[in-house]
Write a protein of this length. Sequence first.
Length: 144
Amino acid sequence: MKSIAYIEDIEKWRESFSFSVPIKIRFSETDMFGHVNNVSPFIYFEEARIEFLKSIGLFEMNSDNAVPVAADLQCDYLHQLFFNDKLDVYVKVNTVGNTSMDVHYMGINQDNRICVTGRGRLVYINPKTGKPVPLDDHVKQNLS
């Protein structure tokens, strides 16, 4: 397996995930060569991220105080995915900063093979000003 900058030990990293959402690859997510289009994993990451944040009470669309926004995202493609494949997309918080968190993603197909990995920075911002907001202790506690 290729070296991935944000993963030190792939097996240890893989075992550190506990939250996942199932994804079934739709035909519309494939390209003319029959495999998943390179933008689709970012959609899968978003779906997993939102469900994860909802599960720990940190995704509220009507919040006046702070909302999470993606500041950067990256994806490493390890194995091709095809129409009708089943993918479990795992998500976890890797590190928590003052106003942001580093989130990791892993997509495992029906053959138990890691097909995609990813990471991204989520920043909590004030929706009115667009400025970063420090994470309070309640949020940090929910993330650990």
